[in-house]
Design a protein around this ligand. Structure first.
Ligand code: SF4
Length: 359
């Protein structure tokens, strides 16, 4: 049996765990702070614990279950990490430096069971769900790499659950990870700095609407009608646009001050980017009285995907039609394309460029 992965335990669970080793509860708080606030990667580094306890922990538990295999650095500064789980499945994480606030894009699954035709991850299929510890560990490694072990994050980092996998098919572990990360005595990344994107798992959108302390929600839409969406995102056959939009409307009603809700629309040249598609999209949002903004994301090409990104002037024309109909739309700048770190490109591939040895 695998030893407990302490990175995936809440402070209370850690106190219970140390109690099972015959240790007082305050040791649980110390270990939690060591893992989550100081981001230490081994018990040996927890020099505030007695030697004997560090040895006992080493025999009975683990902090780290992900092995970093490679790190790729893009010409735009984006970093992609390729890990292996203890049972040899790939996990990918992307660090995106930005002027105001850096962003870490994490994965919720190894591979993905959904078959979005514009996404390279789909080609892996589902390998397995990640645990809350594996989700939190991705963030810790990326933060340590960017800022150094134990340092405060300089500007407060944003997280996005838009890496490999459909987060809402691993809902419980995802929510558990967000609760661990929000602890003030730990990473202290509150849900309001996290955005999670779903392809449209309607029951979980409805469930998220009932959770008080939740991440922001983004819906990957990609098409304004069922016919095209069935083709691009086959999950639409299970939860068609009508059901998805009804859930979105109810979710939007549940929004509290400061919460964000957005649609993501990947722009595929000649496929979903016509003036008519823009009008249909605006009408769809109006029909369901949705006020959410739309992020337009030029597709990131990757062999053997059959699509090309919409040209810049097409994306701008699409944006203008949405804006003229009262829908706020933004064009997202692709990052890390050259190292296969951009949206839809995560498929555990090794790339020759800018590869660096394991940290
Ligand atoms: S776009 Fe997201 S949900 Fe769709 S296949 Fe890729 S990882 Fe899965």
């Amino acid at each position: 049996m695998q030893s407990p992965h302490l990175t995936g335990l809440s402070q209370a669970e850690l106190s219970d765990f140390v109690a099972s080793l015959g240790e007082p509860a305050y040791r649980g708080r110390q270990i939690f702070a060591g893992i989550q606030a100081r981001r230490l990667r081994s018990f040996a580094d927890m020099t505030d614990l007695p030697n004997e306890l560090r040895e006992k922990l080493g025999e009975n538990a683990t902090i780290s279950t992900l092995t970093l295999e490679s790190r790729y650095i893009s010409s735009d500064g984006t970093r992609r990490y390729l890990f292996k789980t203890h049972d040899d499945y790939p996990v990918e994480t992307v660090f995106i430096p930005e002027e105001r606030r850096d962003t870490i894009c994490f994965s919720s699954q190894s591979g993905c069971p959904l078959q979005c035709t514009f996404c390279l991850t789909a080609q892996l299929g589902l390998l397995r769900n990640l645990t809350s510890g594996e989700i939190v560990e991705q963030i810790i490694v990326a933060l340590n790499d960017a800022y150094g072990v134990g340092t405060r994050t300089p500007r407060g980092t944003n997280l996005v659950g838009m890496g490999a996998g459909e987060p809402f098919l691993n809902f419980d572990e995802l929510i558990k990870a967000t609760r661990i990360m929000k602890e003030p005595s730990g990473l202290h990344i509150v849900p309001n700095r996290i955005t999670v994107s779903t392809a449209g798992i309607v029951p979980r959108i409805r469930e998220l609407a009932t959770i008080p302390d939740r991440p922001h929600l983004a819906i990957s839409l990609a098409a304004p009608n069922d016919e095209l969406r069935n083709e691009l995102m086959p999950i639409n056959k299970k939860w068609p646009i009508e059901q998805l939009m009804a859930a979105c409307r109810d979710f939007e009603k549940s929004l509290k001050r400061g919460e964000r809700f957005t649609f993501e629309y990947v722009m595929l040249d000649g496929v979903n980017d016509s003036d008519e598609h823009a009008r249909q999209l605006a009408n769809l949002l109006h029909r369901y009285r949705l006020h959410a903004k739309v992020n337009l994301i030029p597709h990131n090409p990757a062999e053997p995907l059959p699509y090309q990104p919409s040209p810049r002037d097409r994306v701008e024309a699409f944006q203008q039609i949405l804006e003229s109909k009262g829908v706020h739309a933004f064009i997202r700048r692709p990052r890390g394309q050259d190292i296969l770190a951009a949206c839809g490109q995560l498929a555990a591939r090794t790339t020759p460029r800018s590869s660096e040895a394991v940290l």
